[in-house]
Write a protein that binds this ligand. Structure first.
Ligand SMILES: NC(=O)c1ccc[n+]([C@@H]2O[C@H](COP(=O)([O-])OP(=O)(O)OC[C@H]3O[C@@H](n4cnc5c(N)ncnc54)[C@H](OP(=O)(O)O)[C@@H]3O)[C@@H](O)[C@H]2O)c1
Length: 242
């Protein structure tokens, strides 16, 4: 199945947590890394997050910089990337910022046979993709809709789903200089069988210091083929720079 080039972008604490266990969103990156994420968003055709991230963080998932939006438009692209989520039951608030902000398309992938409320269908394209939901079919469907480059932005369950399926080409891991230390908090990934273990290491393609955050860029050679293998560096970070 043909699919987009998939970049997984995540910010983590030194001890591997992507949030704490409180109700408030934990700030992991700094201004420079957030700007780097904005540049990455501006380079992609679509951004995917899990339904829990929408419910918990209520993200906008928009390119913030007007200059970057203008450059997309000048290049004949949509002003904003398509927003994509996956959900087992379609229990999502149509008033969430995912649905209400930005001039763009929203797509909700659900397993086949799930009855999705009309209120959600009114604000998003709902697509059934197998039972259980098949992440490879999600990517193939997105590719069919013109998505050549996809950014996955959390959370734990979604990372684990796409990584264990071998459907990620690149990880951009921003490491914040502190610990969370709470086993109740979500980690970068959950348990699973990952194609890249100690016997098959990922390729370190770049190290960049962004204030007190370190961005590690890994290429997952041997991810399930279908994408054009096009690693790129939209944020302008040179490989190996510290
Ligand atoms: N630091 C970062 O960079 C970063 C970025 C994003 C998120 N986060 C954090 O990540 C945490 C959320 O992670 P999470 O693991 O709880 O949730 P998640 O990955 O955001 O979303 C999980 C949900 O996605 C849907 N889903 C996942 N796999 C599916 C499958 N195979 N079939 C159908 N639906 C599926 C389900 O939705 P339904 O429940 O609707 O069935 C599931 O409950 C939050 O604390 C958030 O702050 C951190």
């Amino acid at each position: 199945m043909s699919r987009p080039y998939v970049v997984l972008s995540v910010a983590t604490s030194v001890d591997g947590y992507i949030d704490d266990a409180s109700d408030r969103r934990l700030v992991l990156s700094g201004a420079a890394d957030l700007d780097r994420v904005d540049a990455e968003r501006a380079s992609v055709d679509a951004i995917l997050v899990g339904a829990t991230t929408i419910r918990r963080d209520d993200p906008r998932l928009l390119v913030r910089s007007p200059e970057r939006v203008a450059r997309r438009v000048a290049a004949g692209r949509a002003p904003q990337p398509v927003k994509v989520t996956i959900s087992g039951g379609g229990d999502l608030d149509p008033g969430a910022r995912f649905f209400t902000t930005g001039d763009t398309t929203r797509i909700v992938y659900v397993p086949s046979g799930v009855a999705v409320p009309d209120a959600l269908r009114a604000v998003a394209t709902v697509v059934s993709t197998g039972s259980p939901l098949d992440p490879a079919r999600v990517l193939a469907d997105l590719h069919g809709r013109g998505v050549e480059r996809l950014m996955i932005e959390g959370g734990t369950t979604v990372h684990t789903l796409f990584l264990t399926a071998g459907l990620v080409d690149e990880i951009q891991l921003a490491v914040a200089p502190f610990f969370v230390g709470d086993p109740a908090a979500p980690r970068v990934v959950g348990p699973g069988v990952f194609p890249h273990d100690a016997r098959r290491r990922m390729r370190l393609a770049g190290v960049t210091q962004l204030d007190d955050v370190v961005l590690l860029r890994y290429l997952l050679d041997g991810a399930v083929r279908g994408s054009a293998q096009r690693p790129s560096d939209p944020a302008g970070h040179r490989e190996g720079r510290r």
